[in-house]
Write a protein that binds this ligand. Structure first.
Ligand SMILES: *Cc1c(COP(=O)(O)O)cnc(C)c1O
Length: 401
């Protein structure tokens, strides 16, 4: 039933999880594209002059994003830290070595809308504070207007961070072009966290000074981050490799892999990928929509990425279970199927078709159907119980889950 690709997981004693949740660090991010696998394999045994490799990467990033320059970091999260650090220090090695101590720096504050202060596995504002910066929230969770931004910017403001994410509050926020206009009038650079966004050019075109992407999400690269934008700010971010960035360094394999993934992205047949994803959605919609207690619909991505997911609503009275009990049973089952469950308390989860091996789509449908039948009518745990258990399992690491 499984394809004949060599699967290292059984050898390592790991479960063969099927990922319909998206590109999650907790699941190993994404399926790395063959172009990146091949290049990584060829660089691993060679010495390179890393500064020169970074120069080549800058040119590749510039071509892909329309930016003046770019640099590869350990991750998007590291990209935020070094981009912010660069806004604090400029290209000044003495200042760079002084961070995260900001004594003597003219500017060390970073503004960010309260509704953008998300948790992507760690708090975004912590990535800002790692640089030594002080976070200045703008507005309230669901209400930020340009006057809030103007009021938050002062003589000590070094940068403004703008987060594009399905986790960010989806209404009442300042639109990016307006955010950039206000910041430009005040001389404050805008750093956009676009880690999961397919649009490699739009945020810079809208006026951002830096845009940050994950190499290991939609691009299908190895674990790395991409910082693109104004040359002086990219240079200042790069130079953090000789300061706080050292502990977040990316190796030659990450740099070469991210370059290959960017180039492969330009050549990828995006229409064919979408057609395949849509065929998975159609299969799931037909199979799961016929099951009593499930209501399914195809929904667009909340941040306008060109992809859709299947929303699966679990109607407890008809399903004889809850969305969270089904999601937990799927994760615990065989094969483990990990669904997109960040909104599960609303009674639904999503199936993401973007990270599947060819044979997995029908397995997902059959596993959900079988699992639903097996737990139908059984008492459902409360969501809070499930979350508490997950919390204690986390804290017990490395003891077995
Ligand atoms: C995934 C994500 C991150 C973290 O990206 P990494 O490259 O895994 O560090 C940061 N911000 C947003 C909005 C994300 O979606």
């Amino acid at each position: 039933m499984l394809s004949n690709r060599p699967d290292i997981r059984p050898e390592l004693g790991l479960r063969r999880v099927i990922n319909v949740s998206g590109t999650m660090t907790s699941l190993g991010a994404s399926i790395v594209v063959p172009e990146a696998v091949e290049r990584i394999g060829r660089i691993l045994t060679e010495f390179v002059e890393i500064g020169d490799l970074h120069r080549k990467a800058s040119a590749v990033i510039a071509a892909a994003t329309g930016a003046e320059a770019g640099t590869i970091t350990a991750s998007a999260s590291a990209g935020i830290s070094v981009a912010v650090a660069g806004c604090l220090t400029g290209a000044d090695l003495a200042r760079i070595e002084r961070l995260p101590d900001t004594d003597g720096l003219e500017r060390d504050e970073v503004v960010i809308q309260m509704g953008h202060m998300v948790h992507y596995g760690a708090p975004v504002e912590q990535a800002i504070r790692l640089a030594g910066a002080k976070v200045v929230p703008v507005g309230t969770a669901t209400h930020a207007r340009p006057y809030h931004l103007e009021g938050a910017i002062g003589p000590r403001t070094a940068a403004a961070v703008y987060v594009v994410s399905h986790h960010a509050v989806g209404y009442g926020q300042i639109p990016l072009p307006v955010f950039c206009r206000v910041c430009r009038e005040k001389g404050v650079p805008v750093v956009v966290d676009a880690a999961s966004e397919y649009d490699l050019k739009g945020f810079l075109a809208a006026g951002a000074d830096l845009a940050i992407y994950s190499a290991h999400k939609f691009l299908g690269g190895p674990t790395a981050g991409i910082v693109a934008g104004r040359k002086d700010l990219v240079r200042a971010a790069y130079l953090q490799n000789f300061g706080i960035g050292r502990g977040m360094k990316v190796g030659k394999e990450g740099i070469v892999g991210a370059m290959a993934a960017l180039e492969a992205w330009e050549r990828r047949d995006h229409a064919a990928v979408r057609a395949l994803e849509r065929s998975h959605l159609a299969l799931w919609q037909e199979r799961l929509g016929a099951l009593p207690g499930l209501r399914v619909s195809v929904v667009p991505d909340p941040t306008q990425n060109p992809l859709e997911r299947l929303k699966v609503e679990v109607v407890p009275e008809a399903a004889g279970t809850t969305a969270w009990a089904l999601a937990a049973a799927l994760a615990a089952g065989e094969p483990p199927v990990i669904v997109r469950d960040h909104e599960v308390e609303h009674g639904h989860f999503y199936l993401d078709p973007c990270n599947l091996h060819p044979e997995e789509a029908p397995i997902v449908a059959e596993t959900i159907a079988r699992t639903l039948e097996s737990i139908r009518g059984r008492p459902s745990p409360t969501l809070e119980d499930l979350r508490e258990r997950a919390h204690w399992r986390l804290l017990a690491w490395p003891d077995p889950a």
